[in-house]
Every structure is written in C-alpha cells, then in structure tokens.
Ligand binder design. Structure first.
Ligand SMILES: [Zn+2]
Length: 542
C-alpha cells in the first residue's frame, strides 16, 4: 500500500521533471563591464542634479547600487584595480602589484602588461608588446570561456593597454588599445592581423570629427557651481595652452595630434563608438550559439583629465556631464541591439583621486608634502651600514631593497629594515612604515593592515610599505591636478552600479563591499566557477 503514489502526484512530478529537462539555463546574452578610470564614488551624486535621464540617473534608478564599495589593496592604481575587479583576487595572489613593479629577486622593473615575446598588430614598437603574461590568476572572463567550452566571445576595449588586457583575461578573442596616433590595435598574442572592421574604423574620420570643434563647455560657465572658477592655480594646462581653461580651440588640439583625443572628453565617446562597432561587427550578444558574450570596456580619458585638472575642476564636471550623455546613448544602443534586460551591465572604477594638495592646504584642510627620496634614505643607510645603494626604489610607496647586495655584504636584513622603519616613521606625513613580512602582527589600523597583507607579493613587492597621513603627498608643493595611490576613501571608495539582466530595479545597499567581490558576484549571476585566485564574496541585491 505504501508504494502506491496518488495519480495526481505522478502527473505533477512528471510535468515538473519534463519542465526541468527542457528549460535551458538562463543567462544574459551579453555582459558589459564599464570601468571608469579614476571615477570617485561621490561623482554619482556630486553632479546628480545636472545628469540627464538615461545615463547615470538611469543606472541608479533602474539598476542597483552597492554604495559602499572599497578597494582593499595598495597602491590604488589602474593596473591593480582593473585586475582585481576581474579576478576577484588581490595583488598578493594575482601578481599585478603596480602599473610598474619590480621582480624583487632580479631587481628588474617591468611595466605590468609588457611581454617582449609578442609584437604589436596595428601598433608599433613597445606599446604593442603587451599581453596578460604577468597575470597569475584567471579572470571572470576566462571562467566564462571555460564554462562554455570557449564558445563565449570575450573582447576588451580601452585606450590604456592594461585596462583592456587584464579584464579580457588569458583566453580573450581580442583586447584592443590605442597606439600613438589614436588608432586601435592589439598584439599577436591575440591575432596576426586586425579584423577588417577595425581597420575601417581606424581609417574613418571619426576622431578628427570629434576634435575639429575644440572642447567647449556644454553649458554656460556660471552654471558649473560644483566646481572651482575655471581659472585657478591648481590645474595643469594642456600642451600649447598657457592656462588651464575652457574652451580649448580646435587649432590647439590639432597641433597636439590626433592622439590628444585621449585627453579630452571625446576619448570616452570614441571608446564607446568603438565598443558599439565591436558589438555590431563581432555580433556580441547575438546568442546564436546560446552562449553569453562579455565586453570589458574601460574609459581612460576620465583619468587623464582628472590628473591634469584635479577633482574640483570645471573641466572634470564638464567631462562627467558629457560622459552621462554618452552613457545614455550607449544604453539605448544596447536596448535596441541586445534587448532591454537581456544584457547585464556594471559600472565601477579602478580607483578614485584625492584633492589637489595646494588647493586643500590653501583651504586649511591640512595635508602636506613628504620630502623622502631614495637618495635621502640611501644616504642615511650608508652612514650606518657603509653601503650607499641598499634601496633600489621607492616605487608604489614601498621601499625596495637590494637583497642580493645585502646578502653579499653579509648585512642583516632585519636590522636594515628596522633602521628604515625607525627613520621613516619619524618623518612628518608618514602614518606607518610597515615591514611587509610582519604586517599581520603590526600595530596598524585594521583596514590598512588588511590592505597591506592583501597586496604583499614577496617576489613582486617592496620590503616596507609606507602609508602617508591623509592628503599627504610626495613631490613638490607646486603640484597641479591630482593623483591617487592611497588607502584613504578619496582614492579607495568606488562606484558599483549594476543594471539589466537579473538585477532588481532601483535598489541600493550600504553594506560594505570590496572591489574583489565583483567577479564572484558575476560568477554567481552567470552560474560559472569563480576565478582561480578569487578571495571575494558574491554580493546580495537585497
Ligand atoms: Zn591615474
């Protein structure tokens, strides 16, 4: 009797299993990642009232924002940021420890994406010799490829090579970046010849068309109330300009050559134009083989313009208002081409930026300049250890030591590190000087200690991490524009907004999130394996 199953239940179970057998796994047709280089989180709101419907406002109102997303590594720079977003990992594991880093045992400095075993395709010289060779882990784009037996298409696009190459991963169909003359190219790591559509795009007059009207403000200058007056002492002028003011005439842009587009807001427009062409020509997201494709875009002009003019500049405000319009048009393109809610998009940044130092000091906000140099440190060490070149570099805010020299002279590494730490921690502007090997036990505020540990890769990082007081910088007291590299919120608090397939509309969360949570969140949404160096957690959308 007890084996007798009621008839209605048999039918119900049969229908259920029938439904399960036939329903394909649901994934978006296309994932689009847009990294906005140097975009501080607060830019979402600083200019909110001036954004139009359809750009940043659409993202926030139709998408989901993780409002408190932070970078958990040091230094906060482009190569590490892009790599961390796409690997869900940290420099300690993924190995990209700076834009440039030093192979410690050999004392050899390398650019992060340099690969001398490859050559440029459509890009001449060393700017074409790039690949993801130095990246030690897989990316979420790699995992998508593995999950679909390499049937998904993955393409990376950015003016900066590193911002295209690392997001696109090891298995990418292509990663495109800029050559000197603003022509898109790649390396023979990916292909031996540019596709016809890329050649055609490069031969078009589009870049010149953008430049031929110069850079004028979108609106009357008086309306830029969120920025300093256009003419002020804190901004750097473009080559050929004697002041950092708008407009910049077409004749100045022309004199600088076509490549100057990267230092104007049109660099963003031009990148998104190329992204649209890639979607169209490579049929990304057409879903013919049932596989999700991935387009990893990074907008680099936001960083160049930020560096040049600084956080409080009218030029930066104007650029974001223009980017807002470009994003609106790009989302509309995706709606039409892929279908609304058929694509998953996320927007984030590789790092933020601090205020210009003289600006901050003049407004009595504090901060200052650190006068520490490699020479000064070596001079001090020489007076004790009678060896004048123990420090190889201070790159990435770290003290890099010549381990081979120390060993050959029979010097005690621990003593040398202690001497350096004692010397540095007494300097005004230094918050901490931390022995990387002992960072876990150091008396350092928790979020900073975690960031140091996350970033320490023995073979690729310096021996001692220097942490500055807030708004302290190395270099001269005349500096214009801005920079970034620190743990502080101005450099480390980034936007993270999702929209489209699988994303609830109009939500936000103040939960603390990390940059390295982005890749595992994408993995969870797509039901694919997380990258092989992942340390992040999938974020919730509640
Ligand atoms: Zn930068």
């Amino acid at each position: 009797m007890r084996f007798l199953i009621p008839l209605y239940l048999v039918i119900h179970l049969a229908t259920l299993s029938f439904a399960q057998d036939n329903a394909a796994l649901k994934r978006p047709k296309l994932v689009v990642g847009i990294m906005i280089d140097q975009m501080r989180w607060d830019y979402l709101y600083r200019y909110y009232d001036r954004y139009e419907q359809g750009g940043f406002k659409r993202l926030l109102n139709e998408g989901y924002s993780h409002e408190n997303t932070y970078i958990d590594h040091l230094p906060t720079v482009t190569a590490i940021g892009h790599t961390t977003v796409y690997t869900g990992s940290v420099p300690s594991i993924h190995g990209i420890t700076g834009n440039d880093f030093m192979y410690q045992l050999e004392g050899k400095v390398t650019y992060c994406a340099t690969d001398t075993s490859v050559s440029g395709v459509g890009i001449n010289g060393s700017s074409g010799q790039m690949s993801p060779k130095n990246l030690l882990t897989s990316t979420v784009t790699d995992e998508l490829k593995l999950a679909t037996n390499f049937r998904s298409k993955v393409i990376g696009i950015a003016i900066k090579d590193r911002s295209s190459i690392f997001p696109a991963g090891h298995f990418a169909n292509a990663a495109y970046w800029f050559g000197n003359d603003a022509k898109w190219g790649t390396s023979n790591y990916y292909m031996d010849e540019l596709p016809a559509w890329v050649k055609q795009f490069n031969e078009s007059s589009l870049a010149d068309d953008y430049l031929k009207n110069g850079w004028h403000t979108l609106y009357a200058k008086e309306s830029y109330v969120q920025s300093s007056p256009d003419e002020n002492p804190y901004e750097g002028a473009m080559k050929g300009m004697n002041k950092a003011v708008l407009p910049i005439d077409a004749s100045i842009l022309k004199k600088n050559g076509r490549g100057i587009i990267r230092d104007t807001p049109f660099g963003n427009s031009y990148t998104l134009d190329f992204a649209k062409a890639a979607i169209h020509e490579e049929q990304l997201g057409n879903n013919k083989n049932g596989c999700t494709d991935f387009l990893a875009i990074s907008l680099s002009s936001t960083d160049g313009i930020g560096h040049q003019y600084g956080v409080n500049a009218l030029e930066v405000e104007d650029m974001y208002l223009r980017l807002d319009q470009d994003l609106k048009a790009f989302f509309e393109f995706l709606d039409n081409k892929i279908g609304k809610d058929e694509y998953l998009i996320f927007i984030t940044a590789d790092h933020g930026a601090s205020h210009n130092n003289p600006f901050f000091i003049d407004h009595r906000g504090g901060g200052g300049y650190l006068s520490l140099s490699q020479e000064r440190l070596n001079h001090h060490l020489d007076s004790i250890y009678h060896s004048p070149a123990l420090v190889r570099s201070l790159m990435n805010d770290q003290v890099h030591l010549d381990y081979a020299l120390i060993a050959s002279k029979g010097l005690n590494l621990g003593n040398i590190k202690a001497t350096i730490i004692d010397y540095c921690r007494r300097l005004p502007g230094i918050a901490y000087a931390v022995d990387m090997d002992r960072a876990g036990q150091s008396t350092v505020a928790d979020p900073i200690r975690r960031r140091i540990v996350n970033s320490y890769n023995f073979k690729r990082s310096g021996a001692i991490q220097l942490v500055f007081d807030p708004q302290w910088k190395g270099g001269s007291d005349k500096q214009t524009g801005t920079g970034h590299s620190a743990w502080n919120p101005y450099d480390a608090h980034i936007p993270l907004v999702w929209m489209g397939w699988g994303i609830p509309k109009g939500g936000s969360s103040n939960q603390i999130a990390s940059m390295y949570d982005i890749a595992p969140t994408i993995s969870a949404l797509l039901h694919i394996q997380e990258p092989n160096g992942n340390v992040g957690h999938p974020l919730s959308f509640k």
